[in-house]
Structure formats: structure tokens, C-alpha cells
Design a protein around this ligand. Structure first.
Ligand SMILES: [Zn+2]
Length: 347
């Protein structure tokens, strides 16, 4: 048996219960990971509330991100050792199709994320995952850092590097500095030599975006007209790239804030997925609007290398004990958070 957070009904944070459940047994191509920390993401909250059209088998253990050590090895797994430190690559896919074989698992027809609705996740003492999803963790990366990385950094990397092809000198608008993806995107954009303008909803967060993450310019999007503010700051041209996961009321202002021929990459819609749009801004100004979900295994390896070299380093806002997962998710929902929120898993 093991301790885990699971829910037997969809709803608010109160459905998350700390209980004793069956410890998973690794299948032949899997390894059992004994978790040290789990990372919390917005996707965990969406699936806890329920997503129309998607049935989550209940009871269910949430959680995509995590890091720990290998505790058991499936019968067909070779070259892995008990006690090996690993970080979880949270993307699961068929491993057999053209996209998977080309290393583009995030384009697989069977792509899904660990702990979403098809598999139990990381809010637990143990999780069983395919061996190839347990990436070796260099000794210089702490478990806390590793558990903060998967979804946030892989998403941000996919958006900035493979989709927008960010380069030195680009002006990049990054929405929501305090979110996991916002934090990761600021660090990655700065790593590639871009000029970062970022937004947040409080002065305290704006200050942290500059001092902790290295953003060049910041403004409070609740106090100004976003499109006007960007045009003032860019000599009326607009930015080269927008990293966007807000949608809703911010969508049209974002179109207007992008320069002619500029690129908007979207990976989410926390303010609404069906915003009003204005096609004139898209065709007349020749905008490129790209969707993005996660990234590739190769990209995760590059991120791990940069974390090991301390060139990227996640900000951890708060760590809760696993038992207090409901409070931890409430803390994220209150939107006071800056950086990642983790769960410490009991030994
Ligand atoms: Zn596939």
C-alpha cells in the first residue's frame, strides 16, 4: 500500500483526499518511481473540476510533474538501476507512429499527459511510468528543481524555441510572469538574448519578474490598455513575439500588440477559450498565430542540461506536504503565486 491524494468525485479542492491506496506494480516496460516531490500545474485543477467530453475514471490520482528515484524495474527494462535519480517526462504517447518515431511525441494521435485522465499521476508516494519517461537526473539538480520543470519549461521551450524561433534582440511579450509557463518563458527568452516585456497583476509580482527572472520591462495589465502600452514601449511597432496562455478579454489587445509579420504562440486560455477575434489584424498585418502543446524529448534533454549548468533555475514559491494538496491547489487558484508550488512526498 502507499499514501496518495485521490478524488472519487469531480469538484472543488475539497474532493482531494489523502488516503491509503494500492501501490502500483510496474508493467514489463515500466519503472516504479519513488517520488520525493510532485509539481502542481493548472492542468491538475482543470481535470479535478472536470472537462466536458472527457470522462476521468474514478477514483483518480492527479499530478504530471515529479522527481524521485527508481524503486522497481519492469521485467523487459534494461540498463536502469534501483536508486537511480530521475525526473519524469510527463508526456505519454504510442511510441509507434510516424510522429513518435520522428521524436515528435507531442504530435502523436495518442498523446496525453501523465495524471490527466488516462493514468494515475504523481500526487503519491509511487508512480509507475514507461521506463523511457524516467529521464536521468544529473546530481547537480535537486529534486525540488526537477519537480518544477516538466510542464512549465517544456511548454515554454516548445513555444519560444521550436515555434517562434526566438533570437537575440527579439522583443518578446510574455503574459503572466507569475505562472509556471510565464516564469520559464522569461528565463528561456533571456537565455536566447531576447528583450523581455512581461505582465502581472500586482506590483510585487512585477518586481519579482525583474529581480528574480531578469525581465527587462514590466507593467500591470489590470491598470493599462495592453495594446496601447506595448505600442508606446515599441515606438508604435509592436512586439516580435507574444507568449500567450490567457485568451479571453486579452486576445484582441494581444493581436494589436504584435508587430506586422510578428508571431503569437498560444498554449492555453485561462481567461476563456472562445474570445472574440478581429481577422483584419491577422490578415492585413500578416500575423502568424501558432498553437503549442508541450515539446519533444530532445528539448527536455536540453532543458535538463541548462538546469544542471544553472543557466535556468525555477523559482519555487511554496512547498506543501502531500497531505495538504487541497490547500496547495487553493493557493494556486488564488493567483497570488509566483513560480512553482510543490508537494513534498512523505518517505
Ligand atoms: Zn505515437
Amino acid at each position: 500500500m502507499m499514501h496518495a491524494i485521490s478524488f472519487s468525485a469531480l469538484g472543488g479542492p475539497e474532493v482531494l483526499k489523502y488516503q491509503e491506496v494500492q501501490k502500483p506494480k510496474p508493467k514489463e516496460h515500466e519503472v516504479l518511481v519513488k517520488l520525493e516531490y510532485a509539481g502542481i500545474n493548472h492542468v491538475d485543477i482543470h481535470f479535478r473540476r472536470g472537462i466536458p467530453g472527457i470522462a476521468t475514471p474514478l477514483p483518480h490520482i492527479p499530478g504530471a510533474d515529479g522527481a524521485g528515484t527508481i524503486a522497481e524495474i519492469g521485467s523487459m527494462v534494461k540498463d536502469r538501476t534501483i536508486g537511480e535519480r530521475v525526473v519524469i517526462q510527463p508526456m505519454l504517447s504510442c511510441m509507434n507512429c510516424v510522429e513518435c518515431k520522428a521524436g515528435r511525441r507531442n504530435y502523436c494521435h495518442a498523446f496525453h499527459i501523465l495524471g490527466e485522465h488516462k493514468t494515475d499521476g504523481t500526487y503519491a508516494q509511487y508512480v509507475s511510468i514507461p521506463a523511457y519517461n524516467a529521464f536521468p537526473l544529473p546530481p547537480s539538480i535537486e529534486f525540488e528543481t526537477a519537480a518544477s520543470m516538466g510542464i512549465a519549461y517544456l511548454t515554454a521551450w516548445g513555444m519560444l524555441v521550436s515555434k517562434a524561433q526566438v533570437k537575440k534582440g527579439d522583443k518578446v511579450l510574455i503574459m503572466g510572469a507569475g505562472s509556471g509557463v510565464g516564469m520559464a518563458a522569461i528565463q528561456i527568452a533571456k537565455h536566447f538574448g531576447a528583450h523581455v516585456i512581461t505582465t502581472a497583476s500586482s506590483d510585487e509580482k512585477l518586481e519579482k519578474a525583474k529581480t528574480l527572472l531578469g525581465a527587462d520591462e514590466t507593467f500591470n495589465y489590470t491598470k493599462v490598455d495592453l495594446a496601447k502600452e506595448i505600442r508606446i514601449r515599441t515606438e508604435k511597432k509592436g512586439v516580435d513575439i507574444v507568449i500567450e496562455h490567457v485568451g479571453g478579454r486579452q486576445w484582441v489587445p494581444i493581436l494589436k500588440a504584435t508587430k506586422n509579420g510578428g508571431t503569437i504562440v498560444t498554449c492555453g486560455a485561462t481567461d476563456g477559450f472562445d474570445p472574440q477575434t478581429d481577422l483584419r489584424h491577422i490578415f492585413y498585418r500578416q500575423l502568424r498565430i501558432l498553437g503549442s502543446t508541450m515539446g519533444t524529448d530532445q528539448e527536455l534533454k536540453e532543458i535538463i542540461t541548462l538546469l544542471a549548468e544553472k543557466k535556468l533555475s525555477p523559482i519555487i514559491d511554496k512547498i506543501f506536504p502531500l497531505e495538504h494538496a487541497a490547500q496547495a491547489q487553493e493557493y494556486i487558484q488564488d493567483r497570488k503565486v509566483f513560480g512553482k508550488v510543490l508537494l513534498q512526498i512523505p518517505a
